[in-house]
Ligand binder design. Structure first.
Ligand SMILES: [Ca+2]
Length: 61
């Protein structure tokens, strides 16, 4: 039973992290979006850079 709880914790932890999905509407400035985009690492998991030019949410001020 204890083993099952440990496995469940390992399986659910990343799901909780990835459940927070940012999009450009969550930011008021492009710099803010850019920071989250860079902190998220390669692969653009939040899809803030739709045209893949390295600049996140270029429509923001
Ligand atoms: Ca872009």
């Amino acid at each position: 039973m204890r083993f099952i709880m440990v496995v469940a914790a390992m399986l659910t932890a990343p799901v909780v992290v990835s459940a927070r999905d940012y999009d450009c509407g969550d930011f008021s400035t492009q710099a803010e979006a850019q920071r989250v985009y860079e902190d998220a690492g390669p692969g653009d998991p939040y899809r803030l850079d739709r045209d893949h030019d390295g600049v996140a949410c270029e429509t923001l001020p």
